[in-house]
Design a protein around this ligand. Structure first.
Ligand SMILES: [Zn+2]
Length: 399
């Protein structure tokens, strides 16, 4: 993993600290079973190596702001790293932590570049034929003219809205990491509408939404049929909806630093390329009470059944929506239906869509199957939540 950043190296034995920050490249290397951090910049043009066994302290309190400090005991130096790519810095931090925890970490064979590239502010030219757009402050409507845009980075922006027309662009990579989402309910209600347009539904492969303060994944992202990478680390997620199983091509899932208690069973039989589940509790509450399901039951669970029961009619409409899984704007369906997408899932046995009114919950324990799993050292398995038809007679399991 090669990281471009700026570093100021402070000699902790010197009376006056150095405050000069240099444009640098940083790399972790493994030589003869020993890990090294290598730094290259104008002060160390032939690279300076630090033994990671000498790493005394990692200051990571400001990692969300793209800053990290590495304190070495030999030499007695403190490296203050500032990196614009916060997600990369975070991955770098995790890699360091894994090495310190004694895990055998796979180190790529990348070499130091011969020249340290200069860090430029990205210039957005709004050229209609541009393939990439990076914004560092706010969204600009001129993006909508970039008909060939395939990479849209709106990180650390003020994002009161994403115009729905973005969904007409053939975007394969979208990042809104670190951005400030709207605070008003009416703006939030329409925020994800762009996912209902047919182009982006099929083109989007990577969606990064780390550190945007969300409590649950918007169900609209499950319309993105070809999504391969979903990154939602550093949020407040306590569950992942079972609908995620409909994302058949999802290969990489990054959900570190959330409040997850379990994974949905729908994902248990796939092999991921990469999964990051670190810093989540993964402990089932006792008694088994899940806030989003409880909320659903409170609203719908105790209604008196009637031949023309409105809830069954709703289920009928919902069933149609789920079976065809065609994208729609959430305002196009009654608000009361929205919560269904948080709780609905397929019966583990017959694969029929079921709701809390008629499902049982069971848990099994295992680790996700992945080529590369990033997890806490102490976690040996996580709960997988499966849903089953409550009434065995109604279960349409085919023998
Ligand atoms: Zn069933």
């Amino acid at each position: 993993m090669l990281m471009h950043c700026s570093i100021s190296i402070q000699d902790l034995t010197a009376a006056r600290p150095n405050t000069r920050s240099l444009n640098s490249c940083v790399l972790i290397k493994k030589v003869d079973d020993e890990y090294y951090l290598r730094v290259k910049n104008t002060m160390y043009p032939t690279t300076k190596s630090y033994k990671l066994t000498m790493l005394q302290n990692i200051h990571h309190n400001f990692i969300r702001e793209g800053k990290m400090g590495l304190e070495f005991s030999e030499p007695r130096q403190l490296l203050l790293i500032v990196c614009k790519d916060k997600a990369l810095l975070y991955l770098f931090f995790r890699k360091l932590k894994n090495i310190i925890n004694g895990k055998d970490v796979i180190i790529s064979t990348r070499q130091m570049p011969r020249m340290v590239p200069a860090i430029h502010e990205t210039v957005n030219r709004f050229h209609p034929s541009s393939l990439q757009f990076v914004s560092i402050r706010y969204f600009d409507n001129r993006i909508l003219n970039m008909r060939h845009l395939n990479r849209l980075v709106l990180e650390d922006c003020d994002l009161p809205t994403i115009p729905v027309q973005i969904g007409n662009l053939p975007i394969t990579y979208l990042s809104i990491t670190g951005s400030k989402l709207p605070t008003s309910q009416s703006e939030l209600d329409v925020f994800w509408n762009f996912t209902s347009l047919s182009t982006i539904c099929y083109t989007l492969r990577t969606l990064k939404m780390d550190s945007i303060g969300i409590k649950h994944l918007p169900f609209e992202i499950f319309f993105l049929k070809n999504l391969q990478t979903l990154s939602a680390s550093y949020n407040n997620l306590s569950y992942i909806p079972h609908c995620i199983g409909e994302l058949k091509r999802l290969k990489s899932l990054f959900v570190a630093d959330n409040s997850l208690l379990y994974f949905p069973h729908a994902m248990s039989c796939r092999t991921f390329k990469e999964v990051d589940i670190s810093n989540n509790p993964f402990e089932l509450p006792r008694p088994l009470k899940f806030d989003h399901i409880t909320k659903y039951i409170e609203i719908f669970g105790n209604k008196i059944k009637h031949p023309l029961d409105i809830t069954s009619l709703r289920h009928l409409a919902l069933n149609n929506l789920l079976n065809y899984w065609l994208p729609f704007k959430r305002q196009d369906i009654p608000r009361s239906l929205w919560i269904y997408f948080e709780v609905v899932g397929r019966c583990m046995l017959c694969h029929k869509w079921i709701l809390p009114n008629n499902f049982r919950i069971a848990h099994t324990f295992a680790l996700p199957s992945a080529e590369n799993t990033i997890k806490d050292h102490k976690i040996n398995n996580i709960p997988w939540q499966s849903l089953l038809c409550q009434n065995a007679n109604e279960c349409e399991r085919r023998v």
